[in-house]
Every structure is written in structure tokens, then in C-alpha cells.
Ligand binder design. Sequence first.
Ligand code: NAP
Length: 331
Amino acid sequence: MNKYSAIRVGVGGVTGYTGMELMRRLARHPAVDIRLAMASSSSESKPIPALAKIWDAPVEPLDVDKLVAETDAVFLALPDSIAAEVGPALAARGTRVFDLSGAFRLRDADLQRKWYPHTPAGDSGATYGLTEHYRTELKNATLVACAGCYPTAAILSLRPLVAAGLLEPGVIIDAKSGISGAGKTPSERTHFSECHGSLSAYGVFAHRHAAEIEQEVGVPVTFVPHLIPIDRGIFETIYARLCAGVGPDQIEAALSAAYAGSPFVRLTGADLPEIKHVAHTNFCDIGWRVDRPGGQLVMVAVIDNLVKGASGQAIQNFNVAFGLDETLGLN
Ligand SMILES: NC(=O)c1ccc[n+]([C@@H]2O[C@H](COP(=O)([O-])OP(=O)(O)OC[C@H]3O[C@@H](n4cnc5c(N)ncnc54)[C@H](OP(=O)(O)O)[C@@H]3O)[C@@H](O)[C@H]2O)c1
């Protein structure tokens, strides 16, 4: 017999990449009863072949009243302009919201206006949803702004080192993402024949994830994202100068202390991780090398953008928010 009392859950954006990943994991979550699966009205009642025998009930058009009436918690896997409207409407009526979009991640009002112009002005009361660093805050959260995909790998790597005062100014994050990071609708940049067999940098000094990383790490960073021709996965190579006398032992000590109680962060030391080690999982693997004490640090961090970078992280946040084991539905 299941020892958990079921939490009634709805998913908005179920026909998208992260929405489908959410459904797959929530369907086997022992404390979840999926009640509603929603998308835009153009998807109404269309079957989703990838979710056969996972969700065979109809997909319904997004409906706030229905979500409030029939669920305790809602995952929003929607464009940020739609989440900006729906998230607060649900939270104001007592439904707990786990938003995968960026609509509520930035606390600085000017930065929020710049990067997420659809988000209503003022304090949304959202809790930033990077589980490993916000477990206490998540326990009482009503509106959770789940961390972005690139920021998850960068913040998990850098935040403990900056907090311990180990790094000199001038951090560089060379980040690469699989194409699913851009969602299911192809653009000229993400079309198969544009990206297959190629590699491109984009959003240099103009990507909203830089602001999110700086907010959570606490120092300026140079962030350069690239598209790589694989379907899923994020690979970040991070370059930083170490403070005088700092070597690999201090790096390891800071990261080990930060993640001792974190089931989804794996520290690999000098064995640098690869995307295939984490694909389809909720793990973030972090490795590092140092040329000499007080010299150059190179870190490599990998995640699956659709899992630890999106749906898995949202479920991890949900678990903590509802006082459940952090790993439920994720192993
Ligand atoms: N992809 C990633 O790796 C990733 C990682 C972290 C965070 N995120 C964020 O997560 C969110 C979802 O991303 P995604 O990649 O899953 O996007 P996606 O594949 O493009 O899917 C978008 C979903 O939103 C629905 N939708 C669009 N407009 C709607 C409307 N007006 N009303 C109701 N539903 C609407 C779509 O439904 P229809 O099929 O009916 O159009 C679809 O189900 C985005 O905010 C994204 O920034 C994505």
C-alpha cells in the first residue's frame, strides 16, 4: 500500500519538451495524483503519442479556475509571457505553483523589466528554486521560480567557491546546450539543417541567464552560450583565477561541504564529467582541475537541461516544498 496521501497536481504546457518530461516523472511519483494536463487550445484533446499509457485522458486548454478547483499544486511549463500571468493568479488563490519559466527568477526590478517584460512589476513573492541552496525557503513557498538550465550548472559550481572567497574577479562561463533547450518550435537557428554539423555562439553579452547567474553567485561573470548539435544536455567549462594559496584541496572542501546532503550533485574531482553521464537524470556532475595553487581553475559541470535544468528540478523543489523526500519520483 502507498504510504503517501496523494497531492493533486496539474501540469500546464504538457505538449512541450519539459511538460512531457514532467508527466513521465510525475506519473511514477508515489505522492502525486495527476489530475489535469493542459496546453494551448490548439492542442485540445489531441493525443500525445509519447505519453500513451502515462496520460490517456484529454489535454485541456489552460484554465486557471479549473486548476484552482481541482489541484493542490501546478507545474507551469509554459512560455514566460503566459507564466507571468497565470503563476500569480494561481498562487493568489492558494494553489502552489512550480514555474519552469524565467518570469519570476530575477529579484532586481530593472533587470526583470529588461529580460522579462511580461512579468508584472513589483515583488512577486517568488522563491528561487535551486533546491540545493534554498531548501529552507522552499518549505513555505507558494510560487517557486525554478532555476534556469544554464544557471543551474553555473550556480551549483560557483556559488560555494565565491562564498568561501576562493576566486579572484573575472569568471568566464563557456556554456553549451543541446537544441531541446530552445523548446519544441524550430527557428532558423535551431532548425535541423542549420544546427546539424555546426556549432554557434549566441546571446554574447545579451543572454538573460547571465543576470540570473550573477544574482545567485554574487559576482560578475562573462557568460557565452553555444548551441551544439545534440538533442539534450548542457556542458559548461568555467574558468576562474584562484586567490593566492588556493589549491584543489580548498576547492574540494568548499564543494563537499556545500553538497554533503545533496543527492543530485556528484563531485567528480579531476575526472571531468560528460553529458552522457547525466543524460535523462536529475544529476549535476561537477569536476575541476587546478594548474597550481593560486593559479588557474577550470571546472566542468554537466546536466540534462530537460531534467535537472527543468522538470526534475521542479519536482525536486515540489518534494521539498511539500515536506517529502527530495528524491521521490526522480530516481
Ligand atoms: N527546454 C528547456 O531545456 C528548458 C529548460 C529550463 C526552463 N525552460 C522553460 O520552461 C518553459 C517551457 O519550455 P519548453 O522547452 O518545454 O517549451 P515548448 O517545448 O515550446 O512547450 C511550450 C508549451 O507551452 C504551451 N503553450 C504555449 N503557448 C500557450 C498558451 N498561450 N496557453 C497555454 N499553453 C501554451 C505549448 O502548448 P501547445 O503545444 O498547445 O502550443 C507547450 O505545451 C519555458 O518557459 C522555458 O523557458 C525550458
